[in-house]
Each structure stands twice: as structure tokens, then as C-alpha cells.
Design a protein around this ligand. Structure first.
Ligand code: ZN
Length: 190
């Protein structure tokens, strides 16, 4: 089961979209068995780990499951919007960003490690240690990253940036954040 759903999401996504469009049954790419569809719900969500973020759970999507080998393949609509909601959710947490979260936001912003380290004024070695979880990013760099991500996510604006850290203590990190596709919108589910 493990390893099989770790290919890039695009690879699988194209396959599913093609199969769905042609109204064909889905067959497991590993063992060729016909896959069964289930709806991921808040009670029985899908664990989404392709971004490198841990413990992200999705609801409101279709997940294909192979009854023979156990492989799972989610169909995730509006993926860029989901990643934008994930980024916004991280920006609002009170705790310092973890290494996985720093890497996710950096990649979401489209920066290489070299460019990002240069941008926020730290060494590439330091960034590498941060992203591998050996060191914290540091308060100023952590906040700078959030400001960059917020401006990218909202295409905004001094007024929102200036309020960013005022109520930070009110939103503690959620252990298993859940995101639900409601209609056409991805939302953080409480
Ligand atoms: Zn299979």
C-alpha cells in the first residue's frame, strides 16, 4: 500500500480525469484490479501527504481504493486552491513553522532553496537545517515568510499584513487539520 500513492499527484490525477471523462471503470495501476470509489468524509477522511506536510486530512473528495492490493488514489479537484488554503492555514498558526511547513510554503511560493535563502537573508546551510527539522527558522525569518505567503495568497496589502500577528495566540496549531471540499470551495473544517 505504501509507496504506491506517492507518485506525483499530477501523474495520477491525469489518469483519473481521463477515466472519469470516458466513464470507464478505474483499474489499479499496480495490480490491474478494478478500483472501488468512496467519498472521503469528515468522519472517514483521506490523509493527504504528497505536499510533505504531515497529518493533513481531506474530506468531500472521491478516493479510489484497490480491494486487491490496498492502493489508494484520490481525485483532488481544484488542487491549486487547496494548496492556497493550506498555506493560509499555516500563516495563521501561533507556533513557529516546522521544517516541513517552511519547505511547503517556500515551494508554494515557487522559490528554490538558494533563492529563498538569499531572499530572507539566511545561509543555504541554515535553511537546509531548518527544513530538515534540526533548527528553528527564527522569529524574524518566520514572520517574513508568513508576510510573503500572505501577500501571495491574498494579493494584498498593508492593512492585512499589519494585523497578521496581532491575534496569533488565539489560533493554536491543530493536530490533524481537516480540509473539506464544499461545492467548489476548499475550506478548513473545524
Ligand atoms: Zn491494486
Amino acid at each position: 500500500m505504501f509507496g504506491r500513492h506517492r507518485r506525483t499527484p499530477d501523474y495520477h490525477h491525469r489518469d483519473w480525469v481521463t477515466a472519469l471523462r470516458n466513464n470507464r471503470p478505474m483499474f489499479c495501476v499496480d495490480c490491474d484490479a478494478e478500483m472501488k470509489a468512496r467519498k472521503a468524509t469528515v468522519a472517514k477522511p483521506y490523509r493527504y501527504d504528497l505536499t510533505g506536510l504531515k497529518n493533513i486530512y481531506l474530506a468531500g473528495i472521491t478516493v479510489y481504493h484497490c480491494p486487491r492490493c490496498g492502493a489508494e488514489a484520490p481525485s483532488i479537484p481544484r488542487l491549486p486552491e487547496l494548496h492556497r488554503v493550506l498555506a493560509l492555514n499555516l500563516i495563521g498558526t501561533a507556533e513557529q513553522l516546522t521544517g516541513d511547513e517552511v519547505r511547503f510554503l517556500r515551494k508554494w511560493l515557487g522559490f528554490s532553496g538558494v533563492r529563498f535563502a538569499q531572499l530572507i537573508g539566511i545561509s543555504l546551510e541554515h535553511l537546509s537545517r531548518v527544513e530538515h527539522g534540526h533548527k528553528p527558522l527564527g522569529t524574524s525569518s518566520d514572520r517574513l515568510l508568513r508576510v510573503l505567503a500572505l501577500t501571495a495568497a491574498r494579493r494584498t496589502a498593508f492593512s492585512e499584513v499589519s494585523k497578521l500577528f496581532a491575534d496569533r495566540q488565539t489560533r493554536r496549531r491543530i493536530h490533524k487539520p481537516m480540509f473539506e471540499l464544499r461545492g467548489r470551495a476548499w475550506q478548513a473544517a473545524a
